[in-house]
Design a protein around this ligand. Structure first.
Ligand code: ATR
Length: 272
């Protein structure tokens, strides 16, 4: 193999990235291979040295290493700096470059359906790590954000971070409210639904114009998404975000355009 890529995290056995990337290499006839490695937090520095020594061209980084890897790298792209976290590393002329494709991957995944971002309203449910990357990228596109979180202090902290970057953000109670009537994009970023549990509140009264996204992809349709669909909204699960963060990582490593159609099909094959 000419080029080697990987994903490192812990746990990692459920990662779908190898299927997605390897299907892409095959589609384009590239002599490359993508593997997954379970790396415990205490072994991160050794793993980075190891992949460099083994001649890897780049790798993805997932939980719990996204923030801890920052201090082990030589430079960060603006996206990684802004997020304070890295999900993609490239070795370029011996330098380790940290990048983050989570936020821009999300933006790409909704761009076709939203028809423009400027001045539109996005409501984010949740204020954890996943929410932060998405929120900063949507604010950069000019969306007005409203952040609701079970622990309100975390929503406020995230709104302040967005305003420091020049974006517009407000916070509110983690409950139904007037925001339902004029939301353009509703994003569910909490872990509620991962174990098939119902969402803590109803979306009754939501604008039918809204695009509703749940970043969970397994299960493919959470109770939250089922309700949004029943109420007449267009919906996306987390598969598209996973796909486009991968496609952007691919393009960061290899240039050109990632074969998104084949990569999406590979993800679906694993999930069905
Ligand atoms: P991630 O990186 O996936 O975002 P995280 O940083 O642990 O993970 O954040 C988890 C998010 O899910 C938080 O917004 C959390 O809310 P709190 O900040 O109040 O903890 C949210 N969350 C988890 N379980 C929840 C529940 N049962 N009800 C509402 N929100 C929940």
């Amino acid at each position: 193999m000419e080029r080697h890529y990987a994903v490192m995290g812990d746990p990692i056995q459920h990662s779908l990235s190898p299927w997605m990337h390897n299907a892409g290499y095959e589609a384009l006839g590239l002599d490359a291979e993508y593997q997954r490695f379970r790396v415990e937090a205490s072994h991160l520095a050794e793993a980075v040295k190891g992949l460099r020594a083994l001649g890897f061209s780049g790798w993805n980084v997932t939980l719990p290493h996204k923030e801890n890897i920052v201090s082990l790298l030589d430079t960060l792209t603006p996206q990684a700096q802004r997020a304070g976290a890295v999900n993609t590393v490239k070795i370029h002329e011996g330098q380790l470059i940290g990048h983050n494709t989570d936020g821009d991957g999300f933006v790409r995944s909704v761009e076709e359906e939203l028809h423009g971002f400027e001045g539109k309203k996005a409501v984010l449910l949740g204020a954890g790590g996943a929410s932060k990357g998405i929120a900063l990228a949507l604010a950069e596109q000019g969306m007005c954000l409203h952040i609701l979180n079970r622990t309100p202090e975390k929503a406020k902290g995230l709104a302040q971070a967005i305003e420091r970057e020049g974006g517009t953000a407000s916070t509110g109670e983690f409950a139904p409210g007037d925001w339902l009537k004029d939301v353009d994009l509703l994003v569910q970023t909490t872990s509620v639904g991962l174990h098939r549990e119902s969402f803590p509140f109803s979306l009754e009264g939501i604008s039918k114009q809204a695009l509703v996204v749940d970043i969970i992809f397994n299960p493919m349709e959470t109770a939250f998404l089922k309700e949004a669909k029943k109420l007449g909204c267009r919906t996306h699960n987390g598969l598209e975000m996973l796909l486009y963060q991968g496609a952007l990582a691919w393009e960061f490593w290899l240039g050109g355009q990632a074969p998104v159609k084949e990569m999406r099909q590979a993800l679906k094959n694993q999930l069905f």
